[in-house]
Design a protein around this ligand. Structure first.
Ligand code: AMP
Ligand code: MG
Length: 318
């Protein structure tokens, strides 16, 4: 079974599939997730196998709320503040595991912490409520590739691997969650994402630390590899114009004259719109067969920080 509509009957079937250890792909407001029962180590192992994901890259666990997360992790004041401000929403919180934590240790990739998120999307929430389980769900793509922002993208990435793909149409935000670790007495941003860093800092009343790239790669946030979100084509960033044979990923009202394949992420220069369109645009330009995608500069503020992070990883040496 592949893509199915998200009528409540299908969500009930999806809940049964999760309860029986199968994988279900479902929409969230960020990207589509590939979900499994986080308490079931075999089901979690199936996610790693399906995505060909390195075992050192931990998964985010989706929960209904902070009370559910508190059954598995230690909650501090900063976590309460951030969950109050942003949950449900595109913020993942990395918290210390409770010693008796029932979530599979595979989820944490051997770390003593777990990342939790309470998604805002109605289908994701419905699925969490129907199972009553914590659902481990990384993005529903093969490791290192572009995250899917539609049910069709999931099918193109994973084919028949999920027992079902719940169709919720295109994702509203289109970028993965921002990951903040609150595990060592500090608040650190481990991954930039759909919730701008400035908004988190304003709610917290403090500046978020950024672990340096070297420590990050080694252990802090093992999944944050230099090359990720990669299309087949090479990316040429900061391009003022595109050359013959290239495709153009444009941004804003003033775009260079170009006859080749072109997508403008946001003709009005709106970063939210650009974020929502980014992954689908990369996929579409990739399908033109162009060897290189020329990418116009994107402003560095607000969501632009996360967009530029994804673009630089997509452009990195593989
Ligand atoms: P994905 O599931 O593909 O959205 O990626 C989840 C990302 O969250 C991982 O690549 C890590 O960078 C980060 N993450 C998840 N769990 C932890 C954790 N316990 N400690 C640090 N980073 C985590
Ligand atoms: Mg991912």
């Amino acid at each position: 079974m592949a893509i199915v509509s998200s009528i409540s009957e299908n969500i009930s079937l999806a809940a049964l599939a999760i309860e029986s250890g199968q994988l279900v792909a479902f929409p969230t407001e960020t990207v589509y997730g590939l979900g499994a029962n986080a308490l079931d180590g075999v089901a979690v192992a199936t996610i790693f196998a399906a995505k060909q994901r390195p075992r050192f890259n931990p998964l985010i666990v989706h929960v209904s709320d902070l009370t559910e997360a508190s059954r598995y992790a230690l909650i501090n004041a900063a976590a309460e503040k951030l969950a109050e401000a942003f949950w449900p929403g595109p913020l993942s919180l990395v918290l210390p595991r409770r010693p008796e934590c029932a979530i599979s240790s595979l989820v944490s990739a051997g770390l003593d912490s777990i990342a939790f998120r309470s998604p805002a999307h109605g289908i994701a929430r419905h699925l969490l409520a129907a199972t009553g389980l914590p659902i481990a769900a990384p993005s529903a793509n093969r490791a290192g590739r572009i995250s899917p922002t539609s049910a069709e993208d999931v099918e193109a990435e994973l084919g028949d691997i999920p027992a079902m793909i719940l169709n919720g149409g295109p994702c509203l935000l289109g970028l993965e969650s921002t990951v903040v670790r609150l595990a060592h007495g500090t608040a650190e941003v481990l991954r930039l994402g759909a919730l701008p860093r400035e908004e988190i800092e304003a709610a917290l009343g403090e500046t978020l630390c950024r672990p340096d790239a070297a420590t990050n790669a080694a252990h802090a946030s093992p999944g944050q590899l230099a090359s990720h979100y990669a299309p087949e084509a090479r990316l040429r960033l900061g391009a003022a114009q595109a050359e013959a044979g290239e495709a153009l990923l444009a941004f804003g009202p003033e775009t260079p004259r170009f006859a080749g394949p072109t997508i403008n992420l946001s003709p009005s220069g709106d970063l939210k719109e650009a974020a929502a369109n980014l992954f689908a645009a990369l996929r579409r330009l990739d399908r033109t067969g162009a060897a290189t995608i020329a990418v116009m500069p994107i402003p560095a503020h607000g969501l632009g920080e996360a967009i530029n992070d994804r673009l630089s990883r997509a452009a990195a040496e593989r």
